[in-house]
Write a protein that binds this ligand. Structure first.
Ligand SMILES: *Cc1c(COP(=O)(O)O)cnc(C)c1O
Length: 407
């Protein structure tokens, strides 16, 4: 089988040349700190693109989520409904504030938070303050339904759009549906600053608070005066230079990611595989990561413990573990689907709400028939290499590698 000389990455940074000019400009003018033209300019450009009033450039998407949770007024012991199928960065800020995340299962249409389960969750916990919804792998959640439910129960919606910059839902950009929204410029995201993030909102007072909190909460005084807790969360003007050079290429990156998704979809049409789904009438994802899901009947036996995976190869069948190992042997990086939060030992005392009812994380033993949608997607799915520097020829070889696993 093909072993690639040069590693094929899941999703690595793609630079274009302009980035270094803006970094150089920061250097030449000595704006090497957390203020400067690059920061002002990217805040303006992102507002214009996403269609929000205020953007606050921060050190990461996680810091943006943390400030969003604080702005939502989440306090110790408060319940916060969070997408179950996500990266832990979505949920950690809830823990920073000593609040209580309750996980909401996914639906199969988009792999995102199930609005039916969210409504059920509000019936059980009507006083829940906030909801953090993720747009997984660049596919928007059912954002209208989720916003309507939040309005009905008086909860604040926070959108974790870290993976979905540039994706739209009913023609409106993701990152504009929540009262507070977070985006990320981490190294493997659709555009990058090497790191960085932003809080997006239409609320001027909130944006000003976030700016203050992100700079150690200095009060307006002739000395360092502090009345509330602060953070060192501001973005560097050097990083902002990289992002400033990347923003004009967002559309191009999305087009390339979409072509990769379509090529996989076509390449897999005779296999017992489907791609990560979306609603073609209402959504235009940014196709950040192409993912695949193996049909139930085509799964070979696979066992995952807390830190190891095993499988029994079977003719005509495969599993994510076999495919990921085979790809790795060919010098290709794939990735398991995010392991659901309710399956993480860190959150063993937190509740999952799913269509079958509720369960308390990993400590409840659940039968096959009662498995959550999120756990099912984790078991049967995986993220395929989605690097936009991968050539069609290289991608065709990767498709062949995946096919070989089902032989
Ligand atoms: C990347 C990511 C984040 C965090 O962004 P950072 O900039 O890495 O802190 C949050 N949520 C999701 C879903 C992500 O994929």
């Amino acid at each position: 089988m093909t072993r690639f000389e040069k590693k094929i990455w899941l999703s690595s940074p793609t630079m274009h040349g302009e980035e270094i000019k803006f970094v150089q400009q920061a250097y030449d003018t000595n704006w090497m700190s957390t203020v400067g033209e690059n920061i002002d300019e990217i805040e303006r450009l992102i507002c214009e693109m996403v269609g929000c009033k205020y953007a606050v450039a921060l050190s990461s998407g996680t810091s943006a989520l943390h400030l969003a949770v604080k702005l939502a007024g989440v306090k110790q012991g408060d319940n916060v409904f969070c997408s179950d199928l996500t990266f832990s960065a979505t949920v950690n800020p809830v823990i920073y504030e000593k609040a209580n995340p309750i996980f909401i299962d996914s639906e199969y249409d988009t792999w995102n938070m199930d609005p039916v389960v969210l409504e059920e969750a509000f019936k059980i916990y009507p006083d829940t303050k906030a909801v953090i919804v993720v747009n997984l792998y660049g596919t928007p959640a059912k954002l209208d339904e989720i916003s309507d439910i939040c309005k009905k129960y008086g909860a604040i919606l926070i959108e974790d759009a870290a993976e979905s910059l540039g994706a739209t839902y009913k023609g409106k950009q993701t990152g504009s549906f929540g009262t507070y929204n977070a985006i990320s410029f981490n190294g493997n995201k659709i555009i990058t600053g090497s790191s960085g993030g932003m809080l997006l909102t239409d609320d001027l007072e909130a944006a000003n608070k976030a700016r203050k909190w992100s700079t150690q909460s200095r009060e307006d005084a002739p000395w360092y005066q502090h009345e509330e807790i602060g953070y060192n969360y501001r973005m560097s003007n050097v990083i902002a230079g990289v992002i400033r050079g990347q923003i004009p290429y967002l559309e191009e990156h999305i087009a390339k990611k979409k072509a990769i998704y379509e090529r996989y979809k076509d390449g897999f049409k005779d296999l017992p595989i489907t791609m990560n789904p979306y609603d073609e009438y209402n959504m235009e994802p940014n196709f950040w990561l192409s993912c695949m899901l193996i049909d139930k009947e085509a799964m070979c036996k696979q066992i995952r413990t807390d830190n190891k995976a095993f499988y029994d190869s079977e003719p005509g069948k495969s599993c994510p573990t076999e495919i990921l190992e085979t790809l790795a042997n060919c010098n290709v990086e794939g990735r398991p689907i995010w392991k659901p939060m309710h399956m993480q030992p860190l959150f063993k005392n937190n509740l999952l709400i799913f269509r079958e009812g509720t369960m308390r994380s990993v400590t409840d033993d659940y039968s096959e028939s009662k498995i959550s949608v999120s756990a099912d997607i984790f078991n049967r799915g995986l993220c395929l290499p989605s690097d936009i520097k991968m050539t069609p020829d290289e991608q065709d070889k990767i498709i062949e590698i995946v096919k070989s696993c089902f032989k």
